[in-house]
Design a protein around this ligand. Structure first.
Ligand code: EPU
Length: 334
């Protein structure tokens, strides 16, 4: 079942060329359980959209490609929709929109698969997966048995969950269930660029499809398509700093953008900080900083994981020096 010495370049959106000593595409739970019972330690590669591969991988690499979407009745207003881990996230979003199930339209065009979406609690344009998450099933590697996780078990935070912390490396997410609206959808359209587009088209009563189309347009304009240029979306998290620190920075940088982030805390966009340090659009060999969104690091073709990581560390130390802010990497470094 396992193939030997496979390049993982086509299997990660950064397009980094590392070797997997052994590799299998898995399309069923039975196959997965069989591999787990034999090998115990495996490396799960789902959409490969939130990792930076910096070295060859000796554990068996599993590309989890299980497919299927099912609905379950819930109540008049809601439906429960379960998608298998290997479903492409954006195709799943479009499927929900086609069926008039609302709640995840703002998460349109996020790269990756359903199975990895809860790990970093994917989010965009005012919505996070935790807002519609109902439950997930995961295979516990140690016991090779299935466990169910509720939202509180997942302990979701900003780009964060149990699966990035205590649960790291211990579970394989098999499927995720969302609780979506069947009618009276709660549209989240406050984000500036969404509102601007609605006003431009005089659309006062947008559908979930309209919102999805607008967000798809915004993302296409701002973010590089991994099929054209390797990337993993936002490379860093937006840092949260104290109000006092923010006020001090505001004296030198009156235009610094910010969002409230709890009592006496302010979130500052990492993209802005990186741009202020002069990195936006810069290229260092085949590693670079995207020209439209400085939060996204890109591989122009043959960058290694180390080239990207070196650039990230250069950015971190420059931002630290200029703003006294620590940028935390959001992508999983392998
Ligand atoms: N900005 C700059 N320069 C840049 C990029 C941004 O000055 O190069 C400024 C913008 O002008 C704006 C602010 O930073 O004032 C925020 O920018 P944007 O709206 O593009 O959002 P972001 O905070 O940079 C976050 C998410 C994105 C998500 C968008 C929209 C994180 C780490 N990133 O980016 O998520 O699409 O908001 O909701 O929270 C991802 O996780 O991969 C991702 C793309």
């Amino acid at each position: 079942m396992l193939k030997k010495n496979i390049s993982l370049k086509p299997y990660n959106t950064f397009g980094i060329d590392v070797n997997a000593e052994s590799f299998a595409v898995v399309t069923s739970l039975e196959q997965l359980k069989k591999i787990i019972s034999e090998y115990k330690e495996v490396f799960i590669l789902s959409g490969g959209s939130n990792i930076l591969l910096t070295k060859d991988i000796s554990k068996p690499v599993i590309s989890l490609c299980t497919k299927g979407i099912e609905t379950h009745e819930h109540d008049d207003e809601h439906v429960l929709v379960t998608a298998q881990a290997g479903e492409n996230w954006h195709e799943f979003v479009l499927w929900c929109i086609d069926n008039n199930y609302g709640g995840i339209e703002n998460l349109s065009l996020i790269p990756g698969n359903v199975g990895t979406s809860p790990i970093q609690n994917i989010g965009a344009y005012g919505v996070e997966i935790k807002d519609t998450f109902y439950q997930l099933e995961a295979l516990e590697i140690e016991t090779n048995t299935i466990k169910t996780f509720t939202a509180s078990d997942c302990n979701f935070g900003y780009r964060d969950s149990f699966f990035k912390r205590e649960g790291k490396g211990k579970y394989i997410i098999l499927n995720v269930t969302f609780k979506l609206t069947r009618k009276d959808h709660l549209l989240r359209k406050d984000y500036g660029a969404i509102r601007a587009e609605l006003e431009k088209t005089s659309n006062t009563d947008p559908s979930i499809k309209d919102i999805s189309d607008i967000i798809t347009g915004i993302r296409k304009a701002k973010l590089p398509d991994p099929k054209e240029i390797g990337n993993s979306g936002s490379f860093f998290k937006n840092p949260v700093i104290s109000k006092a620190h923010f006020e001090q920075l505001k004296q030198s940088y009156p235009k610094i953008p910010s969002y409230p982030a709890g009592k006496n805390l302010i979130k500052v966009p990492a993209g802005w900080l990186i741009e202020q340090c002069g990195f936006k659009g810069k290229r260092f060999g085949d590693a670079g900083v995207h020209k439209n969104q400085a939060l996204v690091l890109v591989n122009y073709g043959n960058a290694s994981g180390k080239d990207i990581l070196d650039l990230a560390q250069n950015i971190q130390s420059t931002v630290k020096q200029k703003f006294d802010i620590d940028l935390e990497i959001e992508v999983n470094i392998i």
